[in-house]
Design a binder for this molecule. Structure first.
Ligand SMILES: Cc1ncc(COP(=O)(O)O)c(C=O)c1O
Length: 368
């Protein structure tokens, strides 16, 4: 019997379709302004580099659960910044959040016949994680429209990638109540929780206003990639239901899914310091404001985008791929909305993770 490769279960990598437009944008005499991916471009704050270097002499195996100091930094940050109280048993560092998103259904024991629900417009890895486990991914914003298949896991992502939409307390409470009635786990991807710009402030699924003080069945996924420019370090954590977190810990110990000790030290330093995060947020705020004004001035419509690192933009004269081509002709690369689901076909996602110099170039090319 020949085995089917795992890639047979996974979709084609959509970014290859953007390559011709990347080439067009790169040919611009002023160089490309790449706003297609949300990767940090500013330096790693010196204090975090120092914490990494100070822990460089780490010959022994690190603890999968994280050092007690790191766990204290995580619980302290959650309470201070987001009004969420968890004990050290309810937190677990992960190797960036993408690996947790991709493996969570497998780690929770989901498989064929189980349904994983994720937002209609979504970071693609929720779907991938379901497929890796052999479970069935379903894209649905309204839970009431779901059929009778047993839902084991529901992903929410507020603030959203790609739209920057924020789900309010009332919405999140409904998701939690729905999932609790059915025994489903709610996993809330909160990697942009600190990056609110306007309207209702983003709130964690673990906040007592949402959870009613019980974390049963709830997991919140956090990342330091954007807050602290640590995407290259792979630094994230999951927090919430103690029983679920301890189950994840037990499986991850067996599987060797461990955050390196120097990265654990850098993570702790990052969580203990708000100053660098506030400075980085202000950089993004300024870039967002300039790009937003330039896009609207050039006739683009911005929807949602109250939080996170993206502007969700559409233009009355172009469908999404035409819009990608139009902007590529001006040396600006953006991502077509359909990369995040069919509902995104009319829009493009514009990341504001570019240097001030590149943002200035984009603003000038959009007409001032
Ligand atoms: C919604 C969302 N979740 C998770 C991630 C993964 O981030 P990381 O693996 O760097 O923590 C990203 C990255 O852009 C994202 O947009």
């Amino acid at each position: 019997m020949t085995r089917r490769p795992v890639t047979d279960r996974l979709p084609a990598f959509p970014w290859d379709r953007l390559a011709p437009y990347k080439k067009i944008a790169a040919d611009h005499p002023g160089g490309i302004v790449d706003l297609s991916v949300g990767t940090p471009v500013d330096p790693v704050p010196p204090g975090l580099r120092a914490a990494l270097a100070d822990a460089a002499d780490s010959p022994g195996y690190p603890a999968t659960w994280g050092t007690p100091a790191l766990r204290a930094s995580i619980t302290g940050w959650l309470e201070r910044r987001h009004g969420v109280r968890v004990t050290g048993e309810g937190v677990l560092p992960t190797v960036g959040s993408k690996e947790l998103v991709a493996w969570l259904p497998t780690l929770l024991g989901l498989g064929p016949g189980d349904t994983v629900v994720h937002p209609e417009l979504a970071y693609p890895t929720y779907d991938i994680g379901a497929r890796l486990a052999g479970a069935t991914p379903v894209a649905a914003d309204g839970l009431t429209s779901l059929g009778p298949a047993p839902v084991r896991l529901v992903w929410v992502n507020s603030p959203s990638n790609p739209t920057g939409r924020v789900l309010g307390v009332a919405h999140l409470r409904k998701v939690v109540a729905w999932a609790r009635e059915r025994g489903a786990v709610v996993a809330s991807d909160e990697c942009y929780l600190d990056l609110g710009w306007e309207g209702e402030a983003p709130v964690s699924i673990l906040h007592p206003d949402v959870s009613d003080g019980s974390h049963e069945g709830l997991l919140a996924v956090h990342s330091l990639s954007k807050r602290s420019n640590l995407a290259g370090y792979r630094a994230a954590f999951v927090a919430g239901d103690t029983a679920l977190v301890q189950e994840l810990l037990a499986v991850r110990k067996h599987a060797g899914m461990i955050v390196p000790a120097p990265v654990q030290a850098a993570m702790g330093a990052a969580l203990d310091d708000e100053e660098h995060a506030a400075g980085q947020k202000e950089r993004y705020r300024a870039r967002r404001a300039r790009l937003r004004a330039a896009l609207t001035g050039a006739g683009w419509r911005i929807e949602h985008s109250q939080a996170g690192l993206y502007l969700w933009a559409s233009h009355p004269d172009h469908d999404a791929w035409e819009a990608v081509e139009h902007l590529a002709g001006r040396g600006i690369l953006v991502a077509p909305g359909e990369f995040y689901g069919p509902a995104g076909a009319g829009a493009v996602r514009v990341a504001f993770t570019a240097t001030d110099e590149r943002v200035d170039a984009a603003v000038a090319r959009l007409g001032g």
